[in-house]
Write a protein that binds this ligand. Structure first.
Ligand code: TEU
Ligand code: CA
Length: 560
């Protein structure tokens, strides 16, 4: 998006300057193509479907799209298993369709950020087909092979993220290959320079087609040392990212967001610090993991703890105060629907959805909207395991049932946290299947599409969609929203989240009630004041009074 202006912007205390980049004021929108819009009635979303829906993204004010993988793939993990990095899966369209999407989006000032899945390929990638057939071809070393352990079994007992061992034996070569995820996703051997050069070349090839950047899938795994059983943030990670920057990214005005499940406030600036020449920002998950059971993981329901959640969220605001930048999100294709998880998807759905948006979009960083979030889409209620589609849920079900977990207990956890909730089709209208497809959708449409859909929200000035549009516009227009320093307020409060943003002498104060009950708070003097309402879910608020009463899930921001 080099056509957008780049100018230096004074930091809030004028002690340092950051150069304003196009993505500093932009809001991203994630599209999970399989579930977004189906143009040909085969029950699966596709690229022509996305092109047809670009006006929706313009209406919202979106600056760029993060497009989940559309590359050729056997779809074991819905495209996160790529068999050809330079082609498009036929169910999604053709390379021509992709070029048309890039051009049509760009005409609207929307960049397309592609998903770069290079920790692993598909086991059907041509490289792996050769690699598994013979030890003496160059491609063999593109993957991670080890001889059997002393007893003839796998080299060690590492487990794969989607269940089962992390090593799979290939008799043709008499070795095991390593896969952090499923056996259909063999890990690439980043220590091989020829492999790295292939990846760099492929990235340049896409950038030359006009894309606006990359979201890098589990990028913190590429520096791994399997022999030391060091997978996340391994010893080679940052040298590899610096090399990638030199070889591919330097001199291009593109956006890079790395996904890392392990990055912490100790390591965050190693990826996105000003002088690092690696990435622009990272998706980090400390606030998400907060909602998981510490031992039993995501499929064991755990009550939401607002204080711990706030600690995680604001620790990254503190970290990126002077350096680095934060990618802000509550939802994506791997996570449950945010209104169901953090708020209420029944009586207070509308207020809850607006409240979560108010919080996220007024923090410092680049916010991401996951498809359907802008109309407050909710988790599905699946009663049977055969209604689920995701390999993570299905494999963990098998494993946990074998361990003696009751199916109903597992389904309760999955109804809260399965990846499939975010993957039910986008609800466009109250037409059959929510207007997503004229055929049979690949996964059930949430039956609440009659009440929750885009057409309905568009016609309502008080809708969740309208609230998002306002927040997205604020970031573009208001320097405090874009660049102000963040200070958390009421840190120990278990029901209310509050913060202020400050730039020069001006400030914005944000309040959010995370509970279904009215809340009253006595506020310190340095927080209160008269000003101008910026955004509100209930009554307009031009003042933060000394005694503040909040309605259930109420949120507002006031500039003082
Ligand atoms: O996810 C990374 C990842 O670690 C997930 O497996 C995560 O632990 C899980 O989704 C939590 O439920 C990325 C992609 O976002 C995901 O869709 C892929 O399945 C995965 O990588 C493998 O490519
Ligand atoms: Ca289709």
């Amino acid at each position: 998006m080099s056509d957008l202006t780049t100018r230096p912007h004074p930091a809030p205390d004028a002690a340092s300057e950051i150069t304003e980049r196009w993505w500093h004021r932009a809001t991203g929108y994630q599209i999970y193509p399989r579930s977004f819009a189906d143009s040909n009635g085969d029950g699966m979303g596709d690229i022509p479907g996305i092109i047809a829906k670009l006006p929706h993204l313009s209406d919202l004010g979106i600056g760029f799209v993060w497009l989940s993988p559309v590359y050729a793939s056997p779809m074991v993990d819905n495209g996160y298993d790529i068999s050809d990095y330079r082609n498009i899966a036929p169910e999604f369209g053709t390379l021509d369709d992709m070029d048309r999407l890039i051009a049509a989006a760009r005409e609207r000032g929307i960049g397309i950020v592609m998903d770069l899945v290079v920790n692993h390929s598909s086991s059907l990638h041509a490289w792996f087909c050769k690699a598994r057939a013979a030890r003496d071809c160059p491609e063999h070393d593109y993957y991670i092979w080890r001889d059997p352990g002393p007893e003839g079994g796998p080299p060690d007992d590492a487990r794969a993220a989607f269940g089962g061992p992390a090593w799979t034996y290939v008799p043709e070569v008499g070795q095991y290959y390593f896969h952090y995820f499923s056996p259909a996703q063999p890990d690439l051997n980043w220590q091989n320079p020829a492999l790295r050069a292939e990846i760099h070349d492929m990235m340049r090839w896409w950038l030359d087609r006009g894309i606006a950047g990359f979201r890098m899938d589990v990028i913190s795994l590429i520096g791994k040392d399997v022999d030391a059983r060091l997978y996340e943030e391994g010893p080679h990670l940052h040298p590899f990212l610096q090399e990638m920057h030199r070889e591919v990214l330097a001199g291009r005005d593109v956006l890079t967001i790395g996904e890392s499940w392990s990055v912490s406030t100790e390591t965050g600036l190693l990826y996105c610090g000003r002088d690092r020449d690696e990435l622009d920002m990272v998706f980090e998950f400390s606030h998400i993991r907060e909602g998981w059971h510490p031992e039993l993981g995501k499929f064991a329901p755990k009550p939401f703890d607002l204080v711990a959640f706030k600690r995680a969220l604001f620790s990254w605001q503190d970290l990126t105060r002077e350096d680095g930048w934060h990618a802000l999100f509550l939802s994506n294709h791997d996570l449950p629907r945010q209104v169901s998880f953090y708020a209420d998807d029944q009586q207070f759905r509308r207020a809850g959805a607006k409240m979560l948006a108010t919080v996220l979009h007024l923090l410092k960083g680049t916010p991401f909207v996951y498809q359907g979030e802008e109309i407050g889409m909710t988790n599905a209620r699946f009663d049977r395991i055969d209604q689920y589609r995701d390999l993570e849920t299905l494999n963990h079900f098998e494993e946990q049932i074998a361990l003696g977990v009751e199916p109903e207990v597992f389904i309760t956890g999955a109804n809260r946290n399965s990846r499939d909730h975010s993957r039910t089709p986008m609800q466009w209208s109250d037409a059959p299947n929510g207007g997503f497809t004229t055929g049979t959708p690949w996964i059930e449409v949430n039956p609440n599409f009659c009440d929750i859909n885009v057409a309905q929200d568009l016609g309502d000035p008080d809708s969740i969609f309208t609230h998002y549009r306002r927040l997205i516009a604020l970031r573009q227009q208001n320097d405090i929203v874009a660049f102000g320093h963040t200070r958390q307020l009421l840190a120990a409060d278990a029901g209310v989240l509050a913060f202020e943003r400050r730039l020069g002498g001006r400030r914005i104060v944000v309040f959010a009630n995370f509970t279904p009950h009215p809340q009253r708070r006595d506020l310190p003097e340095d927080v209160t004041g008269r000003g101008e309402a910026l955004v509100h879910s209930h009554a307009r608020r031009d003042e933060v009074p000394g005694q503040l009463d909040l309605a259930p899930f109420e949120s507002f921001a006031c500039q003082i």
